[in-house]
Design a binder for this molecule. Structure first.
Ligand code: FAD
Ligand code: DHB
Length: 391
């Protein structure tokens, strides 16, 4: 068996890359460790930048997002017990974000792949990238107890933070940068109407909270919690009680609660691996970098990475030029580091850090006050939140 690009991982990065390559006439096969249902069961990101929306359209997977996604023109910052609106649309000269869940993005990309008749090997065991330092890379895997190999021109490592691709690069060939935060996010999904039309990012003495949504009838809420907390010790009732305390009086009065559909704790981390290429293997998305979720950049970075990578492969196959693939890492990393900076800054501003004293709290409050009252500062937030342009 042989293909042009072997993609490891069927998360948003792998599936979107597969569709973009297909549109460019490039043959590809995806290997995924889990089942399709398992991948769809993971509740993650919810906010898409225009760059991501455009790439999903280009991949012919944008129809349902166009019909059902919720365009948002602003966000609210809550601190000192009051909410302040950041008008993303006005501050960025007409840009906005799209609220549409990662689950739906993944479902649409899987459906587009099925329509195109492309192969995805789900439940693939021991997927191993081989010989990517040379001219003839291969992927070895086990399916239903049998071992197989696929020869390819390139390998795309889209297998997330804990995947096999980055781990198989020889030590000393890549450099990792990492920061681990001393708290996590407890997320809850419920079929209740959102507390407010726009997202609320709340900075409170008891820690950060986020009110997000998936539709007019489905809400997603998050609470900053200590890393030592266990999800099984958080009853739905305890979650709603804590969220209520972190909201302003009006939101508190409007909050509709209900049984959770999903509840989980995610640790927060900043991580970048440089470069994003080793020989004929290219890393994209969480396989190469992680951002803390504040500011919703993780999924969007995965999308822009594969936007650059699909362009580079198209240049290689259509124009016989290696320039795009040679520049992929450098071009992607410029955008990655800016999103890392924004996510780190927003995380540092909005959360309660265990080691912070009274002075640091005053600094956070002063910065928030400056942010919502200075047009320059609000514009910088808005410009990053809606997403920086792709070079
Ligand atoms: P992934 O979605 O991780 O996909 C990688 C795929 O590779 C997975 O399907 C995995 O099963 C597969 N895989 C792994 N190892 C192998 C292997 N050896 N062989 C074959 N397949 C393999 N971002 C936000 O913007 N907002 C959020 O609220 C948010 N919440 C998050 C919560 C959690 C718990 C996590 C982990 C991430 C969250 N993110 C969030 C980040 C966002 O979801 C990711 O940035 C995004 O999923 C990245 O997509 P990806 O395709 O690169 O990686
Ligand atoms: C969501 C997650 C985020 O990290 C964020 O900044 C906004 C929304 C969400 O899951 O809806």
């Amino acid at each position: 068996m042989r293909t042009q690009v072997a993609i490891i991982g069927a998360g948003p990065a792998g599936l979107l890359l597969g569709q973009l390559l297909y549109q460019a006439g490039i043959d590809n096969v995806i290997f995924e460790r889990q089942s399709a249902d398992y991948v769809l069961g993971r509740i993650r990101a919810g906010v898409l930048e225009q760059v991501t929306v455009d790439l999903l359209e280009q991949a012919q997977a944008g129809e349902r997002m166009r019909a059902e996604g919720l365009p948002h023109d602003g966000i609210e910052l809550l601190f000192g017990g009051r909410r302040h609106r950041i008008d993303l649309h006005e501050l960025t000269g007409g840009k906005r974000v799209m609220v549409y869940g990662q689950t739906e993005v993944t479902r649409d990309l899987m459906a587009a792949r099925e329509r195109a008749g492309l192969l995805t090997v789900y439940n693939a065991v021991d997927v191993t990238p081989l010989d990517f330092g040379g001219e003839r890379p291969r992927v070895r895997y086990v399916k239903d107890g049998e071992q197989y190999e696929l020869a390819c021109d390139f390998i795309a490592g889209c297998d997330g933070f804990h995947g096999a691709c980055r781990a198989s690069i020889p030590e000393g060939s890549i450099r990792n940068y990492e920061k681990v935060y001393p708290f996590g996010w407890l997320g809850l999904l419920a079929d209740v109407p959102p507390v407010s039309p726009e997202l609320i990012y709340a900075h409170t003495e008891r820690g950060f909270a986020l009110c997000s949504q998936r539709s007019a009838t489905r809400s997603r809420y998050y609470l900053q919690v200590p890393l030592t907390d266990k999800v099984e010790n958080w009853s739905d009732e305890a979650f709603w009680d804590e969220l209520r305390v972190r909201l302003d009086p009006e939101a508190r009065a409007h909050l509709v609660t209900g049984a959770s559909l999903e509840k989980s704790i995610a640790p927060l981390r900043s991580f970048v691996s440089e470069p994003m290429r080793f020989g004929r293997m290219f890393l994209a998305g969480d396989a190469a970098h992680i951002v803390p979720p504040t500011g919703a950049k993780g999924l969007n970075l995965a999308a822009s990475d594969v936007g650059y990578l699909s362009r580079a492969f198209a240049q290689y196959y259509q124009e016989r030029s290696s320039e795009g693939i040679d520049r992929y890492s450098e071009v992607s990393l410029r955008r990655v580091w800016k999103a890392e900076r924004f996510s780190w800054w927003m995380t540092s501003l909005m959360h309660r850090f265990p080691e912070a004293g009274a002075f640091e709290h005053k600094m956070q409050e002063a910065e928030l006050d400056y942010l919502v009252h200075s047009r320059a500062a609000s514009t910088a937030l808005a410009e990053n939140y809606v997403g920086l342009a792709m070079d």
